[in-house]
Design a protein around this ligand. Structure first.
Ligand code: BTN
Length: 328
């Protein structure tokens, strides 16, 4: 186990470069047979490792298996990262860890696949294997629910910045917590937490982020095919990125922004909602309104159908873009 973990770290550090079996054995303080066995185990787990006699082993540049070792390579700071290849829901597991293990702020769960990915308002979140990034980050913030409402908006900006840094692609933000690319939703955010009824203070908050990096080879399921999109298209057809690098960028940006008391400017600059007619979805009721702006605390300023002004703190809206029939 220790050999496999250290080997993973070594191969990730030298991604795209050959390292001789002898050098690996020396660094890992084990036999070359043990190295060979660990390499085979990693190959079985999906790592693309090229073995050439007299040259050694190389982790292919295209290899993209999520791991603690690979994410940590890109991280600067103190985080506890746990990576799963399969999980029920990263939010659910982290919430449990927050209570039963008293996990600290900075604890982050990343998974390649979620069997029961959760969306907002009790919906499910499609979380297939190998194409997305599903992660949840734990905070132990000061203050009440109201004091922490901006966190979801800061998380949206963290994703915006991380994707821009890693891919150069600029997404749009849709109030309150979705990210869009080419008119398709590519990221959703679900924040959950627990507050003390005695102090009124938050005990913990879990911010969960799901990003569709690639479109599944078989396409999106029929119930979301008209709405869901991906950043890079099908893996077999387009550009590839290292999801570990993207995860690290999201984690670092998010925890940095979570400390700030002011809303990151991109949340307003890149938001597609202001200036549009919208449908406000309020539980089972839907009403027409016009969005006029995003306030400094991330709330949405609207004009109701009767002409009165209103501020939306939570909720969900649909937007009809002026020149298109599309509803986002
Ligand atoms: C939404 O768009 O309705 C929110 C989707 C949030 C999905 C993420 S994926 C990681 C984390 N774990 C979950 O079960 N949900 C969130």
């Amino acid at each position: 186990m220790a050999v496999k973990k250290t080997l993973t770290a070594l191969l990730e550090e030298n991604k795209g470069r050959f390292i001789s079996g002898e050098e690996i054995a020396e660094k890992l303080n084990c036999s070359r047979t043990a190295v060979w066995k660990a390499v085979n185990q990693l190959k079985e787990e999906g790592y693309e490792i090229i073995s050439i006699k007299n040259k050694g082993y190389k982790l292919s540049e295209n290899s993209d298996v999520l791991s603690e070792e690979a994410i940590s390579r890109y991280l600067d700071g103190n985080y506890t990262i746990k990576v799963f290849q399969e999980i029920s829901s990263t939010n659910d597991v982290l919430k449990k860890m927050a209570v039963t293990e008293h996990a600290d702020q900075g604890t982050t769960i990343v998974s390649d696949y979620q069997l029961g990915g959760k969306g907002r308002l009790g919906r499910s979140f499609f979380s297939p294997k190998g194409t997305g990034l599903y992660l949840s980050m734990l905070l132990r913030p000061d203050g009440s629910v109201i004091d922490n409402l901006m966190l979801t908006a800061q998380a949206a900006v963290a994703v915006y910045r991380a994707i821009k840094d890693v891919t150069g692609i600029e997404l749009s933000i849709k109030w309150v917590n979705d990210l869009y690319f080419n008119g398709r939703k590519i990221c959703g955010i679900l924040s959950e937490g627990q507050a003390s009824m005695e102090s009124g203070k938050m005990e913990y908050i879990v911010v969960g982020i799901g990003v569709n990096i690639y479109e599944p080879e078989e396409g999106f399921p029929s119930d979301i095919v008209n709405k869901a999109g991906s950043i890079l298209g099908k893996r077999s057809e387009g550009r590839k990125i290292d999801r570990n690098e993207l995860a690290a960028h999201i984690i670092m940006e998010f925890y940095k922004l979570a400390e700030r008391k002011t809303l990151a400017p991109e949340y307003i600059e890149k938001n597609i909602v202001p200036g549009h007619d919208i449908l406000v979805i309020d539980g089972t009721k839907v009403r027409n309104a016009h969005a006029t702006g995003i306030c400094d605390d991330g709330t949405l300023e609207i004009i109701e159908a009767d002409g009165s002004k209103n501020i939306l703190v939570f909720g969900e809206v649909s937007v009809r873009l002026d020149d298109k029939d599309e509803i986002l």
